[in-house]
Design a protein around this ligand. Structure first.
Ligand SMILES: Cc1cc2nc3c(=O)[nH]c(=O)nc-3n(C[C@H](O)[C@H](O)[C@H](O)COP(=O)(O)OP(=O)(O)OC[C@H]3O[C@@H](n4cnc5c(N)ncnc54)[C@H](O)[C@@H]3O)c2cc1C
Length: 339
């Protein structure tokens, strides 16, 4: 079956399904293989910025409003104050990973992508497809097989997430800044809220971090948690190249930005549209150029935000400045969502 496809995608997470849909819409015959059983869950803040939603719409993926939660902007909270800004246009949504995954699967099936679940790919040497796409996540083996592992820069943090049965108290995505970590909160449905922790410290867990953040602890006091904590590494990784011969990388396999940006999946959706264009033009150089351009803005915003993490004495002063002059925060948010 694989030998008869134009495109063989290794990995059926958000990036793999997005590129499969985009390529199928260009008329390619596409097979996706993933080792896991769908719908696939993953540690995630579960937020999609307005520009990520726009890319999803271009792919024709529909998220049920009853199964997600729209947010109008971002609020930062920490020593030094609190500041919020609306997105200049549109809204973001937060949606449970499994629900987003199901929506991507539904769309892939609708357009005729062939999906092979519980199928671990152990080599691509015998894959006869014209193109092979590595969408196999941060620890990509396809990246290694294609000798695309050379990095321009790389650093790591740790992420965890938990869901609470609690009615959202805000229509902003909230980021709580503390010494050594951030907690970010996304309402994912009318009675569910996702809390994600990001830290450089491998020993900190949600149970340590939340009580040390009373502004958040008060809001979720007594709420039932809906699942076990899930953890993952969030990497900041820039590769030198994202394709070699007939193999191209996408999503976290192709490099990533820190999760604090809430941009990992949105970036993958935009890469998917660019990669499908490049495949249709039979020109992966075009994808390499687009990939670099797409990564620039999230990478810059991630650097800015991680400065607030690295320099704890700077953070209250920055938050005070934002609180006193919210227009600065508004402009930063507008730049973040490419408005
Ligand atoms: C704590 C945390 C919070 C985050 N919050 C957000 C957020 O709020 N918003 C946002 O947009 N992004 C967020 N991200 C980033 C986002 O989760 C990733 O960017 C996204 O999951 C990347 O998708 P992907 O498809 O590239 O990789 P993955 O989701 O990792 O999917 C890779 C797939 O490949 C499969 N696979 C791997 N190897 C093989 C193999 N050999 N054969 C077959 N299948 C294979 C796996 O089973 C998996 O399904 C967050 C990340 C973390 C860690």
């Amino acid at each position: 079956m694989v030998n008869q496809a134009d495109i063989f995608v290794v990995g059926g997470g958000p990036a793999g399904l997005a590129v499969a849909i985009a390529a199928r819409l260009k008329g390619f015959d596409v097979v996706v293989a993933d080792a896991a059983e769908p719908p696939i869950d993953k540690a995630c803040g579960e937020g999609l910025m307005p520009d990520s939603l726009a890319a999803l719409r271009q792919l024709g993926v529909v998220i049920d409003p009853e199964q997600s939660f729209a947010f109008r902007g971002i609020r930062f909270i920490g020593a030094g104050g609190s500041v919020a800004a609306d997105f200049p246009r549109g809204h973001g949504i937060a949606v449970r990973r499994v629900r987003l995954h199901q929506a991507l699967i539904d769309r892939a099936q609708e357009v005729g992508v062939r999906l092979l679940w519980r199928t671990r790919v152990t080599s691509v040497r015998d894959v006869g497809a014209r193109w092979i796409i590595g969408a196999d996540g941060g620890n990509s083996r396809v990246r290694r097989w294609a000798s695309l592992d050379a990095v321009r820069s790389e650093s790591h943090r740790y992420g965890f997430r938990r869901h609470y049965r609690v009615r959202p108290w805000t229509d902003f995505m909230e980021v709580y800044w503390a010494d050594g970590y951030q907690l970010y909160v996304s309402p994912v449905a009318r009675d569910e809220t996702c809390v994600a922790l990001l830290t450089r410290d491998p020993h900190v867990r949600l149970n340590d971090a939340i009580p040390r953040c009373p502004a958040l602890a008060r809001k979720i006091a007594g709420a039932a948690s809906l699942d076990n904590d899930r953890g993952a590494i969030t990497a900041t990784r820039r590769l030198q190249r994202v394709y070699c011969g007939r193999i191209a990388l996408i999503g976290d396999a192709s490099g990533s930005v820190d999760a604090i940006t809430g941009e990992g999946m949105g970036l993958a959706f935009r890469q998917a549209l660019a990669l499908a264009d490049a495949l249709a033009a039979d020109n992966l150089d075009q994808y390499q150029t687009a990939h670099r351009r797409l990564a620039r803005r999230p990478a810059f915003m991630a650097q800015l935000m991680l400065m607030l993490d690295r320099f704890p004495r700077l953070r209250p002063r920055v938050l005070q400045t934002f609180a006193a002059q919210p227009v600065i925060f508004e402009r930063l948010l507008a730049a973040h969502v490419h408005a």
